[in-house]
Write a new protein. Structure first.
Ligand SMILES: O=P(O)(O)OC[C@H]1O[C@](O)(CO)[C@@H](O)[C@@H]1O
Length: 318
């Protein structure tokens, strides 16, 4: 059973329009609502891949139905704690060309008791089990809530995959050697915030990822949008470039990549196969609205089309 933790889920409201023009009256072509938030999206993609998944974290009591329907439809075990209020709605403005603008709204307030209850829901996690912790903290929770949970689980031998940003990521990466995550997936901005310096050059980006590997994180994946992602481990790495991308909403593509990384780690794939699979999950997600993967055969076909480049060649611009 793979556990996915989301402290601050969201109902994603995607508004499709021809072009976003600030200050104008815009007519939308359509609107849809999907259950979302980083760990929810990861859980949903893992379930589509056929793995047994449980969702942990917090959900607003007032609008839990859309999440409960997703869990029921995909057989995701629901261990999410209900809290007073509504889960936030995040607005995604999707233009015809594929560009998305995110307006993420504030959500429910949570407290230390809620964080403790989420930790309790994971008390049975055994050494070797996989736990994904991703996304922002709910208002009212300490900035290090996810990091503390990650460190406690890793210290118990759980294999932890993290997709955090800002102070939460910094706190998680500052854990002592025995309490570090197995894998992290920062994007360029998140890695820059951790490093405290700009990482515009590919060589600088790679050096920062290697610093994390040297600290004891087995796998660092730096996502680079349409360019793909750099997969860096102790024995080297690759740049994985996606096949031709569909013009879908990019919302949740990073979460699909986290799901692909997690599935590959659970399946024991080596780095190159892992990079192909994770990139194919992200590319496959772009073909679908909402947190859904295409059928596994389609994802495998995409994985075969992913281009892998030695990191030295990528850094040298070859
Ligand atoms: O937790 P955060 O960082 O606010 O991100 C939440 C948003 O990110 C997504 O999970 C996409 O990555 C959306 O589903 C959601 O609206």
């Amino acid at each position: 059973m793979i556990r996915c933790v989301t402290f601050n889920p969201a109902v994603d409201q995607t508004v499709s329009l021809q072009r976003l023009q600030p200050g104008e009256v815009l007519r939308a072509d359509g609107v849809r609502q999907d259950p979302g938030g980083k760990g929810i999206n990861v859980a949903s993609c893992l379930a589509d891949w056929g793995l047994a998944v449980a969702a942990h974290g917090l959900l607003g009591r007032e609008n839990a139905t859309i999440f409960e329907q997703l869990f029921a439809a995909k057989g995701i075990a629901d261990h999410m704690r209900r809290v007073p209020g509504a889960t936030r709605t995040n607005i995604k403005l999707l233009e015809a060309g594929g560009r998305t603008t995110d307006v993420n709204l504030p959500g429910f307030e949570a407290g230390a008791l809620d964080a403790a209850a989420v930790a309790d829901s994971l008390a049975e996690v055994a050494a070797g089990e996989m736990v994904v912790i991703s996304g922002s903290q709910a208002a009212g929770l300490g900035a290090d809530t996810s990091a503390r949970l990650a460190a406690a689980l890793a210290a118990r031998g759980a294999r932890v995959v993290l997709d955090l940003s800002g102070p939460a990521l910094a706190a998680a990466l500052a854990a002592p050697a025995g309490a570090l995550p197995l894998a992290v997936k920062p994007n360029r901005a998140e890695l820059e915030a951790w490093a405290g310096r700009p990482l515009a050059e590919r060589s600088a980006l790679l050096a920062a990822a290697q610093e994390l590997v040297a600290r004891g994180i087995a796998l660092v994946v730096v996502s680079l949008g349409t360019e793909g992602a750099a997969f860096v481990g102790a024995d080297g790495g690759v740049l994985a470039a996606p096949p031709a991308l569909a013009h879908g909403s990019t919302v949740g593509a990073g979460d699909a990549m986290v799901a692909g990384i997690t599935a590959a780690l659970a399946e024991g794939l080596e780095l190159q196969a892992l990079a192909r699979q994770a990139t194919a999950f992200a590319a496959g997600k772009l073909r679908h609205a909402g947190p859904h993967l295409p059928p596994p055969a389609e994802v495998r076909a995409l994985a075969a089309q992913v281009r892998l480049l030695p990191l030295a060649d990528w850094v040298a611009g070859r």
